[in-house]
Design a protein around this ligand. Structure first.
Ligand SMILES: CC(C)(COP(=O)(O)OP(=O)(O)OC[C@H]1O[C@@H](n2cnc3c(N)ncnc32)[C@H](O)[C@@H]1OP(=O)(O)O)[C@@H](O)C(=O)NCCC(=O)NCCS
Length: 243
């Protein structure tokens, strides 16, 4: 390894939120959230969405509390301060800053969907994660027209319906992960970025070296995409843990 290389570790935690559909487990899990999140969770009506929200935010808070612990900061998951910027992207509050600006340094992303929640954290690199259930009733034609480039749509042609849906979902989740990594959310027009395949991997057509893009194998029922900013000399390690 060259002297200029940096070891970058991306931690990905994931879990199945289904067990939180049980009322007593749900109430217990709420204790890991802050007051605003608890109120938001209670307002969510569909039990699956409510369970996924609570599981995702609890998971993220546990992960961030562990990361803060690595800097000698003992913080309970519910006491981790998370703020949102004008695009809705979550960041660590500057309350946790000390010698190191952790608010700037610790980057993270979360996703919650039917049957799976996941979050990713890394130091000093932008990161985004997105998950979708494979059975999500995607209207490939309509959504593809809005979110894919012409060349991307061509790569799906000739596939059967299942192949088209799987191919579309991989591109879509990866673009969502990238959107989150950039902190833009809905402000990014997905049809302005192009992905291409190289073997099993997805790359940005314009900047293949600037981002590490990986579809994570977290169970059979979901497509999970991870996008991590990559700088010259980075040696990236993605560690996934089921919680
Ligand atoms: C909010 C968005 C970032 C992802 O939403 P999603 O895939 O529906 O939901 P996920 O569970 O995967 O992610 C939601 C989390 O992303 C995070 N998030 C929200 N805005 C974000 C932003 N600008 N940047 C980074 N992360 C963001 C939040 O933590 C949010 O969780 P929370 O609301 O519980 O706090 C946004 O990109 C979106 O809704 N995209 C849909 C775009 C689309 O459908 N386009 C097709 C028509 S053109």
């Amino acid at each position: 390894m060259s002297l200029l290389s940096s070891e970058i570790v991306v931690e990905v935690w994931w879990s199945d939120p289904t067990e939180l559909e049980d009322a007593s487990r749900f109430e217990a899990a709420l204790l890991h959230l802050d007051d605003d999140e608890r109120a938001r969770a209670r307002r969510l009506r569909p039990p699956k969405a409510r369970a996924a929200y609570v599981a995702a935010h609890g998971l993220l808070r546990s992960m961030l509390a562990q990361e803060l612990g690595k800097f000698g900061l003992k913080v309970a998951p519910s006491a981790v301060v998370i703020v949102h910027d004008r695009h809705g992207a979550p960041h660590l509050g500057s309350e946790h800053d000390g010698l190191v600006s952790l608010a700037h340094d610790l980057r993270f992303s979360l996703t919650h969907t039917d049957g799976l929640v996941a979050c990713a954290v890394v130091r000093s690199r932008d990161v985004g994660i997105d998950a979708e259930h494979v059975d999500r009733g995607v209207l490939v034609g309509e959504l593809a027209a809005r979110t894919l480039t012409e060349r991307e749509r061509e790569t799906l042609e000739g596939r059967d319906e299942a192949g088209k849906a799987a191919g579309f979902l991989a591109l879509f989740t990866m673009k969502e992960a990238f959107t989150k990594a950039r902190g833009l959310g809905l402000a990014l027009d997905m049809s302005t970025i192009e992905l291409r395949r190289e073997g099993e991997r997805l790359l940005f057509a314009d900047a293949p070296d600037d981002w590490h893009l990986e579809m994570l194998a977290l169970g059979d029922e979901h497509q999970v995409a991870l996008a991590v900013e990559r700088r010259r000399g980075d040696v990236l390690h993605v560690v996934t843990r089921r919680r």
